[in-house]
Design a protein around this ligand. Structure first.
Ligand SMILES: Nc1nc2c(c(=O)[nH]1)N[C@H]1C(S)=C(S)[C@@H](COP(=O)(O)OP(=O)(O)OC[C@H]3O[C@@H](n4cnc5c(=O)[nH]c(N)nc54)[C@H](O)[C@@H]3O)O[C@H]1N2
Ligand SMILES: Nc1nc2c(c(=O)[nH]1)N[C@H]1C(S)=C(S)[C@@H](COP(=O)(O)OP(=O)(O)OC[C@H]3O[C@@H](n4cnc5c(=O)[nH]c(N)nc54)[C@H](O)[C@@H]3O)O[C@H]1N2
Ligand code: SF4
Ligand SMILES: [Mo]
Length: 679
């Protein structure tokens, strides 16, 4: 095996580390020891050499003049971004000393780790860090900002994150992109859908506004935010009543179809039309289309689940493919997530046993602001890595007020001086994924991939695993697992796996083959991981957990005094807040905008291009209006999680609620309400 780092020139295989379902195979071009170009790997079975614009411009981020090179300590006011250079030894010493004192005074729970998937590598995201914080006994973080409501909802129906193999969706005859902006967020699903379209498939998009994905659809269906569950219930009503259901499939593979048939009689298309804003004729037409198409495929996006009722919406939509027996066909079914097929030995990697029955408290990452501001058992130190909560977390002003606390000792490990890092006492430079050894498991396609380091660490930066090894050493943790190398950790994670899809993969095989596909059977030939082993249209487990056992609809929370629903979605050229601090990507997005329906704009005398003040009891932003008909009246949409800019007020998460969703303690970014006026 070539030691890629040592090679000064060449083209090397790599993996995209970003939090994106596609997890593309990459080819990295190297010259004089530096990366000069990143392109798609044509040999990757799913992504086939195509990559997005974001990563095509990755070299600009890797060698950005603002990339952190060495550890620093704060010298100015919190948030001001004034720091001075220190050494790694000093940084580790300061953290060790401070934490030892806090642990003596208030116990280890006064320390809160905060991380997410800024890098999807399994070691980077949930490896040595987990071992370290379990062993320390720090507060535990509920990492539920992204997909947890839907994951729980989908699992009640299907037993886990398992769905269609995306490669098979080229055979689909109907592709329903539901609450997903796939052109921006899952581009290879679009490539596959286009191939299916060439063979006669129809693409239908259901969204609250007509973005790029809506524009390429054969049929775009606008829907009021947070009402998708009602649409799905009416579709079920029609599928049963118009005999589109596959009775044999229901009989053999599901639990509760008779109860469901009876239950959905109340959910007429007229009822759903009132709630969703979709005309009755369109609901009838969609039911006919879905009822008649085989194979049909639903790609369930994140838009649906970032709502108060997100869990139940996805639980409900997940029932649809079973009604018409779609799981029997190649290219039929649905994908919410597919990580079930690539389950590895997470316990060996993360070592939760190191907690040793310590009763540590849990803090929800969506409620970071409240956690930092609470008086009782205060959080006294925050350690942020692979995440940028000062931009991405809801109720952002609360988060920043918390970060401003002079008595909070904050450490941030990142590649850039993010908005969060500006509040840190200690800033530590992180390597990029191209500098690390790691393994990757997609949550959409079915391949596991190895990432060999391609370049030397940038400046003095260190990987997440190396950082936590150093901290473990400072704390004199003696368990041998703190000395495991990255290769050891990969082996521990992929060996002795209780998952028939990948049980025999070895490190050497991964190294040789680059991408290995999970062995997978058609979902219904397997016993599903639900309590009954079947698709649960009626779920006893839901009843035990305090939910209605059958699909149902609860409207999102009414913030009555604010008339407009506010949907601050991601954008095309950033990935969450990543790239929002890189000039190239910012220049592609230009400026943050707010999309408003013509009638609403008229009411407030707002013209296209005007600046609009958008506010509620949580905060306010001022954005430039795009007036038109690409959004329903009563809904305003923004795109992108933008870095702060001096003199501008563009922090959309200042307005989002930190309520938790019905299931999975998930985020409710899209269930907030606002007022608008011309600035
Ligand atoms: N370019 C780019 N790609 C990304 C990301 C990014 O920031 N930029 N982020 C990555 C991450 S972490 C994730 S989780 C995924 C997210 O990607 P997606 O799964 O596409 O989810 P979102 O973009 O959050 O929302 C998708 C769409 O849902 C719509 N929506 C909002 N509320 C509702 C509703 O109630 N009903 C319906 N039907 N639609 C609704 C929004 O208008 C939006 O167009 O993308 C990943 N990929
Ligand atoms: N309004 C609104 N808010 C949202 C969303 C939305 O749709 N609307 N989407 C939500 C969703 S789905 C998600 S997943 C979250 C995502 O929120 P985050 O996970 O915070 O995602 P990013 O903003 O991309 O920040 C990741 C950070 O990790 C850093 N990083 C990258 N690699 C490494 C590494 O190897 N080590 C370390 N230490 N750092 C690294 C990057 O430089 C970057 O600053 O945002 C959520 N926030
Ligand atoms: S961000 Fe997504 S689409 Fe872009 S290269 Fe990475 S995995 Fe591929
Ligand atoms: Mo996400």
């Amino acid at each position: 095996m070539v030691d890629v780092i040592k090679e000064k020139e060449g083209i090397f295989k790599s993996v995209c580390s970003l939090d994106c379902p596609d997890q593309c195979g990459l080819l990295v071009h190297k010259k004089d020891g530096k990366i000069i170009k990143v392109e798609g790997d044509p040999e990757h079975p799913v992504t086939q050499g195509n990559i997005c614009n974001k990563v095509r411009h990755m070299t600009e981020r890797l060698y950005d003049k603002n990339r952190l090179q060495y550890p620093m300590k704060r010298i100015g006011k919190k948030g001001s971004g004034e720091f001075t250079k220190i050494t790694w030894d000093e940084a580790i010493e300061i953290i060790h000393e401070k934490w030892s004192k806090l642990m003596d005074e208030d116990g280890p729970e006064s320390i809160l780790p905060y991380s997410f998937y800024g890098n999807m590598g399994n070691l980077t995201a949930e490896g040595m860090d987990r071992r370290f914080f379990y062993r320390l006994g720090a507060s535990q973080l509920e990492r539920t900002i992204c997909q947890s409501a839907g994951t729980v909802g989908y699992s009640y129906t299907m037993g886990g994150s398992l769905g269609t193999d995306p490669e098979e969706t080229v055979h689909s005859k109907l592709i329903l992109l539901w609450g997903i902006n796939a052109v921006s967020t899952n581009m290879h699903q679009i490539t596959l859908a286009q191939k299916a379209r060439k063979k006669g498939a129809k693409i239908v998009v259901i969204d609250v506004h007509k973005n790029q994905t809506g524009r390429l659809a054969d049929w775009f269906i606008p829907i009021r935010p947070g009402t998708d569950g009602a649409l799905a219930l009416a579709l079920m009503h029609l599928l049963f009543n118009k005999n589109y259901v596959d009775e044999e499939f229901l009989q053999n593979n599901t639990v509760g179809h008779e109860e469901l048939r009876h239950h959905v009689q109340q959910y007429t298309p007229e009822w759903a039309a009132q709630i969703t804003g979709i005309p009755v004729e369109d609901i009838l037409e969609l039911a006919k289309l879905y009822g008649e198409a085989t194979p049909s495929f639903i790609r369930i996006g994140n838009g649906l689940q970032h709502h108060d009722n997100g869990g139940m919406s996805i639980r409900t939509i997940a029932c649809l493919p079973a009604l018409t027996g779609q799981w029997q066909y190649q290219g039929g079914g649905a994908i919410k997530g597919n990580s079930h097929f690539l389950r590895f030995n997470a316990k060996s990697l993360q070592r939760p046993d190191l907690l040793e029955n310590k009763q540590t408290r849990t803090i929800n990452m969506n409620q970071l602001g409240s956690a930092l501001l609470q008086q009782e058992k205060p959080v006294r130190s925050l350690f942020v890595y692979s995440s940028n909560p000062a931009i991405v977390a809801p109720e952002g002003n609360k988060v920043r007020n918390g970060l401003e606390r002079e008595d909070l000792f904050t450490v941030v490990h990142d590649l850039f001086l993010t908005e969060t890092a500006k509040y840190a006492d200690i800033v530590l430079p992180a390597t990029s994924a191209f500098e690390n050894l790691d393994f990757y498991t997609s949550y959409w396609h079915h391949y596991i991939q190895l990432q060999q380091p391609v370049i030397e660490p940038f400046g003095e930066s260190k990987s997440n695993t190396e950082l936590f090894r150093l901290l473990a050493k400072a704390f004199q943790f003696e368990e041998p697992c703190f000395q495991d190398s990255d290769k050891d950790m990969i082996q521990q994670a992929i060996e002795n796996v209780d998952n028939p899809s990948i049980e025999e993969i070895s490190y050497e095989q991964l190294e040789k083959q680059h991408f290995i596909k999970a062995k997978r059977k058609i979902v219904t030939n397997e016993v599903l991981p639900t309590p009954s082993g079947k698709i649960e249209l009626f779920s006893k487990k839901m009843e035990e957990d305090g939910f209605e056992p059958l699909p149902s609809f609860t409207p999102i929370y009414e913030e009555h005094h604010f008339p407009y629903l506010f949907v601050p979605a991601p954008n095309h050229n950033f990935l969450n807040s990543t790239f929002s601090n890189n000039e190239k990507h910012v220049s592609l997005e230009k400026t943050p905008k707010v999309i408003i329906h013509r009638d609403d704009a008229l009411k407030h005398e707002i013209a296209d291009g005007d600046f609009v003040r958008i506010w509620n009891n949580r905060g306010e932003v001022v954005l430039q209006a795009v007036v038109g008909e690409n959004v329903l009246p009563g809904v305003v949409v923004t795109q992108g999680l933008w870095a702060d800019k001096e003199g501008e007020n563009r922090f959309v998460n200042a307005l989002t609620p930190d309520r938790l969703s019905d299931m999975g303690k998930g985020a409710t970014f899209f269930s907030g309400r606002v007022l608008i006026e011309k600035k």
